[in-house]
Design a protein around this ligand. Structure first.
Ligand code: ADP
Length: 202
């Protein structure tokens, strides 16, 4: 008899900018755990020929670069200046991202999967996941690490932090928390412990 297919346990991984989400995802990947990344999906759905790009064109007019790809900088400027247009863009993108996250997670054959969703709370996607993992570190460290990684100044980083859920809200809604205020070795240790926890829950 063929074995029944059990859908994987779905872990929603989130955290503020620079909290260490990508770093943690790489550590889970090393255990052969699939990572489904909302940011990657967000880029895929606006590629030439994809549904979202056509909708964006209809709504915002022609904002393509010469090579036919989306002019992200121009779109960014439009939505930065107008909250209603930002909402409009999100109404196009979020349902498509939600659907792809759901389909891709269900198709994995591993015991559990990580859904990396930076704006898990802000976009109200928590019903996609069985358990919430928050990557946490103090704001001062977020600032310091993002400054080293990206070419952004303090004000720009502060604005991004302020636009995201507060640290308190994230921690209050977490099932599991990774404290990423210490060394990468300590980070790896926490990921290993959580990997074992998730395997024990299946
Ligand atoms: P996010 O994906 O949440 O934006 P990243 O995983 O990219 O965050 O981490 C932000 C930056 O901080 C990266 O350059 C990363 O290499 C670095 N970093 C992450 N965790 C640590 C740590 N424990 N110690 C030192 N640097 C770290």
């Amino acid at each position: 008899m063929p074995q029944a297919f059990n859908p994987p346990l779905k872990i929603g991984l989130t955290g503020g900018i620079g909290s260490g989400k990508s770093t943690v995802c790489k550590l889970f990947s090393a255990f052969s755990i699939p990572i489904i990344d909302a940011d990657i999906i967000a880029r895929e759905i606006v590629a030439p020929g994809q549904a979202a790009l056509a909708q964006i064109q209809l709504t915002f007019g022609n904002i393509l670069l010469a090579d036919g790809t989306l002019d992200r900088k121009k779109l960014g400027q439009i939505i930065f200046a107008d909250p209603a247009k930002k909402q409009c863009l999100e109404n196009i993108l979020h349902p498509l991202i939600y659907q792809r996250l759901k389909t891709q997670a269900a198709a994995q054959l591993s015991p559990y999967v990580i859904l990396a969703i930076p704006l898990l709370f802000e976009t109200d996607m928590t019903d996609l996941v069985d358990r919430i993992l928050v990557i946490d570190c103090p704001e001062t460290l977020q600032l310091q690490r993002v400054k080293q990684r990206d070419q952004l100044d303090d004000d720009q980083i502060q604005r991004i932090i302020a636009s995201q859920s507060s640290r308190e809200e994230r921690l209050g809604r977490a099932d599991d928390i990774i404290d990423n205020s210490k060394s990468t070795a300590e980070l790896a240790e926490q990921v290993k412990n959580l990997h074992n926890l998730y395997l024990s829950l299946i």
